[in-house]
Design a binder for this molecule. Sequence first.
Ligand SMILES: [Zn+2]
Length: 461
Amino acid sequence: MSRIIVLFSFIISITNLNAQQKIGYLLNQQTDLDKLTIQITFDALSASDANLVIPRSAPGTYILTNYIAFVDDVVGYTTTGKQLQGMIGDGSFFTFGESNDLLNKVSYTVDIQKMEIDLLDASTSSKAREDYLGLLGYSVFGFMEGLETEPINITINTDPSWPVFSTLRPDINRKFGTDSYEAKNYGELVDAQYLLGKGVQVIRVEESQIPLYVAAYAATTDNLEGIGNTGISSLQKLADYFGYVPMPHYTLVYEFLKPISARHDYGFNMEHLNSMTAHRDITQDYTPNRDLGSIIHHMGHSWVPLRSWGEGYRPFAWQVAPLIETIWLNEGFIWYVTFQSILHDETRLNWWKSNMDNAPDFIKTKTLKELSLLGSTQYASDFRIGKNLFSRGALMAHDLDDYIQKQTNGKKSFKEAILGLLNWSKENQRAFKYNEIEPIMSEATGVDLSSVWNKWQNAPE
Ligand SMILES: [Zn+2]
């Protein structure tokens, strides 16, 4: 008995020791400024077991992006000082040979300029300018396979005259040249944005219920304040609707850019746990309050799907663009909350219907689930797919709302259904399965929603 106890406590202490050690990330900006060197240090692994994975997609992007194409000079370092050259594997990863040498560090370079030239969708790419480097975490950081749930310490080194900002720990007082941040795991590290350089302006929006920031490149101060005002108004509206704010802080990241070619598209925005990124073409007029719907929508994603999500969305299979069955929910439910519940924009209903009516046959003949699977890699690259997904999701939310209100004499609405999903996720801390969605919403509203649910599962034609 006592021996078992001794052994048991030994195992616990080893586990605790491991839990305290962090994976180290070091990002060095090179002197030509368009290139980065990334260094990852970790507890030693046998070289033959070590794979450096470069992500091919990220939650909410619904696209396959070959980030490995911008990665070069991959080297592994052994505990005895040997260097092993990284070799491209059968997928989006590098291997380090068959030896049993112990590897505890890898390094590689990322070419940001090449990334921006090659990726026509500006929302998927990091950017380098004379006085600016704007990094999307997942576009530059890889990970050692198997270590993606470990806590991370990241240090960023840049030009000594350049201030450093990250959405991981937003602050108007920025350090110059270098700063360090903590992330709970790889997912949190790469969900964040890193903005370096003298071209970045940061303001904190006063009187917000959570610390609210605007970080922007190339905007005037007026724009920043205008974005801040639209941001605080969006946050207030969402807080009033949901009844709470789950984010510890929030940053609106804006880039105002001169297009690098006519083919580059600056129209898409991206949501993250505690931030959103927006990209604007400076050759077009910009009025911050016209972004109200877009900011509510992207901030609204901090509730759904970032804090209530279906299978495939999280944990995320970084090496592929995973198949996701619930894109219509992630997008459509938040479109509905934004434009119907909050902004009461009746014209949107007809627009969602016309998106469905005008869709090509290859979209019309797909069930909800089939279309979502297709959208997992092609949501924005054929935006008829994306528009159809959020239109179907929003119109389903509309039907659910009507039905719930009728059955409860107006006592409950779609709000109780979406809050039901959020509460369920908070309790269960896992992705909901497809066939759990309707029962969760039915239970939360006290209304059997299966008839509405079943109707929307079918292909429109
Ligand atoms: Zn969205």
